[in-house]
Design a protein around this ligand. Structure first.
Ligand code: ADP
Ligand code: MG
Length: 617
């Protein structure tokens, strides 16, 4: 019998281990930044070429390594972070397996330049596929610079399975973000092909999130804090109205380590119950602190799965803490238009079939004739009012005076009772309070109609009118743009910038005009319906829609125009003047769809005399 079992040579063992630890360029990024942070670096720069296929370089100002440690660091199971098994239960560092450098150097060409603090000279070590090529004394700044080239040069299967550059870069950015969120005290930069993608100064937690995700997040974050014997929780959840269709920005960290946990995710989502649209996912950044002995981070080589001893208890604490945080915010909404308190968002509007308005032109229309043909939908002046089907349906037709003077429409009752011109004037002034047209809290219009009373939701009516007009213009020609006196600036995340540029034709057609100054979106012109006061709100809403990954291209114009209309309708929420009321009602009934807003919300409702009679029984 001959023995067949052999110990694998180190370089093969390393390659196999690499298969677990290093799946793609992003894994290298993760391991190297973690090492820099473990080495107490306060500034780390990540320099990437071709999504990591050509170069992954990390420069830190951490404590550096001696020449012997540098040589040791690439050995498997070589670590300075733990000494015996007990240390596994008191981990404060990210690494501890001593596998990362051994794995990376097994499957790429690596150069490590490092110098300890206070030393004059450093060391430069070159390794190719686990083989040390050279080690020399060198001049280099304090800290460590590791350059990884030709990743997977000896593992063609892995190399061939790499995804597109865009996809690999996204993975890298994601790893970078995970570390950046939880290490806000470290200055971090990410450069890709010479372009700065992120440049993050050391900051507090909130500022770091805002630096990463854009200024708009500042007002969206709801703080979460709780301290119990089992777990300390801090961080933020994002207000429910900004929940996304894709499961995006959901981040859990425990003891400064990112992890995934579907059970805890459930706890957070459960706290949002009734506040979310169906199939939408709230964003959160939650930091847990537990006794290191109570968790096992050793479940998976990349350490994103973590076992908690007190899982059930933490679930309940997470859920109730999040609920409490949201509750506090709900009671005290901030001053960000009405949106903040509007939890009654349209839950079903996405399912509604939206019919873009069709343009109807009456070919027989003669502007000089006083007798316009029936059914004409050409623009009607505020004083000339054509009785539409819609109005008749709402019970208006029967009380409409035949002389077609729309002003009289609301005052018809008074007119009958007060034949003298003088008296009529007085009555017209009183119409607002005693007549058939009442404005309630600047939000609703109440009108007398034959069957009882008609209620009109003013803001939604405005949305519908503006939407129809914008859509009409959008289909015929680009929407007229107004140039801003002072450009409006908004900082965008990389993803948002990409989406903005991807949709530039539509945005131009909507009446936007802009420049990019780096990540700063500088808006120079806006659609003519928007006013300064709602501009920020409009731009935020548009960006949010653009970054919904599953947005249907065919629906894009509708979605964006609805957002514009919603924003535009926010301006001038003060009480309307009588003429404005009249004009609004008139315009509303010119809209083909005047019962529902573009978001599918009810604009009109009636309370019949019968219903009223019942109430007083
Ligand atoms: P681990 O992080 O699990 O200890 P690694 O293979 O990632 O294993 O690193 C091996 C050792 O190399 C570390 O324990 C540390 O002592 C040293 N090291 C790695 N990167 C750096 C760095 N950027 N600065 C200082 N020391 C480092
Ligand atoms: Mg490590």
């Amino acid at each position: 019998m001959s023995e067949v079992i052999r110990l694998l040579p180190d370089h093969i063992a390393n390659q196999i281990a690499a298969g677990e630890v290093i799946q793609r360029p992003a894994s290298v990024v993760k391991e190297l930044i973690e090492n820099s942070i473990d080495a107490d670096a306060t500034a780390v720069t990540l320099n990437i070429k071709d999504a990591g296929k050509t170069l992954i370089q990390i420069i830190d100002n951490g404590k550096g390594m001696s020449d012997i440690d540098a040589r040791m660091s690439i050995e498997r199971h070589a670590t300075s972070k733990i000494q015996d098994a007990n240390d596994l239960f008191a981990l404060t560092t990210k690494g501890f397996r001593g596998e990362a450098l051994a794995s990376i150097t097994a499957i790429s060409h690596v150069e490590i330049k490092t110098k300890e603090r206070g030393e004059e000279l450093g060391t430069c070590l070159r390794i190719e596929g686990s083989k040390v090529i050279s080690q020399e004394v060198c001049t280099t700044p304090e800290g460590t610079c590791i350059s990884v080239k030709n990743l997977f040069f000896n593992v063609p299967a892995r190399r061939n399975f790499l995804k597109s550059e865009k996809s690999e870069l996204n993975h890298i950015i994601e790893e970078f973000i995970r570390i950046a969120i939880v290490h806000s005290e470290v200055e971090l930069s990410l450069i890709h092909n010479g372009t700065k993608i992120h440049s993050l100064p050391a900051a507090n937690q909130r500022k770091r999130i805002v630096d990463l995700f854009g200024q708009k997040f500042n007002s969206r974050l709801v703080p979460i804090v709780e301290e119990t014997d089992i777990v300390k929780i801090s961080g933020f959840v994002v207000k429910p109205e900004f929940a996304k269709k894709i499961r995006g920005d959901q981040y859990f960290f425990v003891n400064h380590r990112y992890f995934k946990h579907s059970y805890f995710n459930h706890a957070v989502v459960a706290a949002f119950e009734n506040l979310l649209q169906p199939k939408s996912h709230p964003a959160y950044f939650l930091f847990l602190e537990v006794n290191p002995a109570q968790i096992d981070v050793n479940v998976h080589p990349t350490k994103t799965e973590i076992k908690f001893e007190e899982e059930k208890a933490i679930y309940s604490i997470l859920r109730s803490t999040t609920k409490l945080g949201l509750g506090k915010y709900n009671i005290a909404p901030t001053m960000d238009f009405n949106r903040e308190s509007e939890f009654d968002l349209p839950l079903s509007y996405k399912n509604q079939e939206v019919k873009p308005p069709t343009i109807q032109v009456d070919p027989t229309f003669n502007p000089f004739s006083s007798n316009t043909s029936k059914g004409s939908v050409t623009k009607v002046s505020p004083t000339k009012f054509e009785k539409s089907d819609a109005l008749t349906k709402q019970g208006f037709g029967t009380v409409m005076p035949s002389k077609a003077d729309w002003e009289d429409f609301y005052t018809v009752e008074e007119e009958k009772d007060n034949p003298s011109a003088e008296q009529q004037q007085i009555d017209e002034q009183e119409v607002d309070s005693v007549g058939s047209n009442i404005q309630l809290h600047g939000k609703y219009l109440i009108s007398q109609v034959k069957s009882g009373m008609l209620l009109i939701h003013i803001k939604r009516a405005k949305e519908r009118i503006i939407y129809d007009d914008l859509m009409h213009n959008f289909m015929l020609q680009p929407i007229a743009s107004q140039t801003l006196l002072f450009p409006f600036e908004q900082s965008l995340s990389m993803k948002e910038k990409i989406e903005w540029e991807n949709n530039k034709t539509t945005l131009k057609r909507l009446g936007f005009d802009w420049n990019f100054k780096g990540d700063e979106l500088e808006i120079l012109g806006i659609p003519n319906y928007l006013s300064d006061e709602v501009l920020k709100f409009a731009v935020d809403s548009i960006i949010q829609q653009l970054t919904f990954q599953d947005i249907d291209k065919g629906e894009l114009a509708h979605t964006l125009i609805s957002e514009l209309a919603t924003s535009a309708a926010l301006s001038g929420t003060k009480k309307l003047q009588k003429e404005e009321v009249n004009h609004l009602v008139e315009q509303l009934f010119q809209c083909k769809e005047h019962v529902y807003s573009p978001n599918g919300l009810k604009i009109l409702d009636t309370i019949t005399i019968d219903e009223l009679t019942k109430r007083f029984k």
